[in-house]
Design a binder for this molecule. Structure first.
Ligand SMILES: Cc1ncc(C[n+]2csc(CCOP(=O)(O)OP(=O)(O)O)c2C)c(N)n1
Ligand SMILES: [Mg+2]
Length: 367
């Protein structure tokens, strides 16, 4: 399913070679609005389970996906909303799916972590690292059936430590497959700082497998577009796979309701549970030696403050803010107006259709 192409949106993207900042801003704005609508829907109890938003990754999603065309494939991770919207997936069908509706893009069976659009050759998977082998599978098929087409694997920096991801890098290089791995580095894997569990350097690691590498800052969509373009172009020509390493800042933390983000926003109320648990740990019967307890508490405090530092005050790294500066003000406003209206309408429809299921609110909040 694709968005009606009244503005030439979905199908015109791939044919363009030069970077189009207006198209980039429209794509990023559309992603942001869908993400924000889903974040609000989650808080209001319309979304069963978790929701991992990709707010902050829009520069990566738009910068990479703007290079793709019809037969190209995408294997997505647990933050699949952005790439799918960038590719032209129907926002209403996607929102309905995340809300568990039978009218959703996968009849409500997939939820947000297994979104799939066969027409776009795109599917998400909640198993961390699985987008690697899945993209390699697509790439094997493309190499034989559709030379010139490319497969993309979106994955987090922590997923790069999964064994199956390294198998994917290896086979891609050994068989010169048309695949580009897009590694989105937000520096966190849930509450583990990735630097604490990662040996060496991921770009050097990818290069050592024989992948062509490039790097970009995720808040600069033009930079992502240029770096992705080089790797995608050579992969299409049969010159082998690539690895694109892109930094990004995700202010929402790991998922909606992330306790650390909640504490950052409202420390007095939201830290009550943490303080209670810490007190039980420190004073309870099962407590360990005092030295270990002190070390444990300091570790928790240090880790929480490191996360808070990373996840707050990143507005200046917001990819939309940067992209907006690159286009004329009236154009930006026009895009904001038309996209807000379309996505607002789709979000209201999705809520109306799933209204009777709005039973998943955290803390009984139904805003
Ligand atoms: C194989 C596997 N292990 C653990 C998990 C739980 N899990 C879900 S997301 C996540 C963090 C992944 O971090 P990263 O790849 O950096 O992606 P990010 O969430 O930061 O976007 C983990 C450990 C999982 N889904 N699959
Ligand atoms: Mg990460």
């Amino acid at each position: 399913m694709t968005v009606p192409v009244s503005d030439g949106y979905a199908c015109s993207m791939a044919k363009r070679q030069a970077f189009d900042p207006v198209q980039a801003y429209r794509t990023m704005m559309r992603i942001r609005l869908v993400e924000e609508a889903l974040v609000k829907a989650w808080a209001a109890g319309y979304v069963p389970g978790e929701y991992h938003s990709g707010i902050g990754e829009e520069g990566i999603n738009a910068g990479v996906v703007m290079h793709l065309s019809d037969e190209d494939a995408m294997a997505l991770d647990h933050r699949g909303t952005g790439p799918l919207i960038a590719r032209g997936a129907d926002p209403l069908a996607l929102m309905l799916e995340v809300m568990g509706s039978e009218e959703g893009m996968n009849a409500g069976r997939a939820g947000h972590m297994h979104l799939m659009d066969p027409e776009l050759h795109a599917a998400a998977d909640g198993i961390v690292g699985s987008s690697g082998p899945l993209a390699v599978g697509h790439a094997i098929a493309l190499q034989r059936l559709h030379p010139g087409r490319v497969a993309i694997a979106f994955h987090g920096e922590a997923a790069a430590n999964q064994g199956m991801m390294m198998e994917a890098y290896n086979l891609a290089a050994a068989w010169k497959l048309p695949v580009v791995f897009v590694c989105k580095d937000n520096r966190w894997s849930i509450t583990t700082a990735s630097a604490d569990v990662t040996g060496g350097n991921l770009v050097a690691r990818a290069a050592s497998f024989g992948l062509a590498t490039a790097e970009a800052r995720g808040e600069r969509v033009d930079e992502v577009y240029a770096a992705a373009g080089k790797l995608i172009k050579r992969a299409r020509k049969g010159r082998g796979p690539g690895f694109l390493f892109v930094t990004c800042h995700r202010p929402g933390g790991h998922f909606e309701g992330d306790p650390i983000v909640r504490i950052t926003k409202d420390p007095i109320t939201q830290s009550a549970d943490l303080v209670r648990e810490l007190r039980t740990g420190v004073q309870g019967r099962e407590r360990g030696a005092t030295r270990d307890t002190i070390r444990g508490v300091s570790e928790i405090v240090a880790r929480s403050s490191r996360a808070m530092r990373d996840w707050t005050g990143v507005a200046r790294k917001d990819p939309l803010r940067r992209a907006r500066k690159a286009i004329p003000e009236p154009t930006a406003r026009y895009i904001e107006g038309t996209e807000s209206e379309a996505i607002g309408r789709a979000a209201a429809t999705a809520r109306r259709k799933t209204g009777s299921r709005s039973a998943f609110a955290p803390d009984g909040d139904r805003t």
